[in-house]
Write a protein that binds this ligand. Sequence first.
Ligand SMILES: [Zn+2]
Length: 280
Amino acid sequence: MNLQRAIEDLFSAQKEKWPQLRDAVERLAQVRERSFLWGDDFRVRLQFNPSRMISAAARLESEEISRRPCFLCAANRPTLQRGIPFLEKYVILCNPFPILHNHLTIPLHSHVPQRIGKKTGEMLALAEQLPDYVVFYNGPACGASAPDHYHLQAGLKMTELLQGDHELRSCMMIESESRSEAEELFEDVYSYLRQRQPDREEPMINLIAFISGDRYHLHLFPRKAHRPRQYNETGSRQLLISPGALDMAGVMITVREEDFNKLEQHDIEDIYSQVSLPVM
Ligand SMILES: [Zn+2]
């Protein structure tokens, strides 16, 4: 059976047996959204998704992380959650806090830190089996809520998520007919970014992989900040926005209704300018 079909079946079975997932999928169907357009060139879809509060407000100091039980380790996952094995080292799980339709979390079995390293090939291999999906990676200081346990995510494609480079933020676009060539091109870009941020174990990045027209696509969003200044403001100046791959591509998540209502086009421009790293 092909993997996309197996995932559809997993969602059907999990919605039947696991009330938390069923409720989450129903809430996602009613989620409020606003669209922002910059001419015909690019757009941002703003989503009001209060169930993402846990992730947006996550405290990621290493002490906090080491104290909490890891929610991606098999022993601590919800008892009703089931999965599909992938490449004998990952498990494909339905995400009970979805942003996308058929939102998946794909952790490694082993509890190892969030580092992309040489794993873009595996990311592209997953994208290859899921042509209707985007597969994405959030660096440990770029939106990952479990920086201590390596994981990918995936969900059904939306046009906003496939947008490449534009004037509000950087996107380094890699495209090839060959998976290994796409991996090599990624290595080049990665070494360049390492030089730009030599003090970090991994340059700050978000990645989106997808297949289009039989070609492998990798969109790399280089970052210079984890969260915008407004995140740490107080009162009416605060905006609780903690950008990850989806936000960088064009689907921005707000977890508080006040932020969803008050956010303006210039706030989006400002947020991108603070967190995106200009290149070349
Ligand atoms: Zn873990």
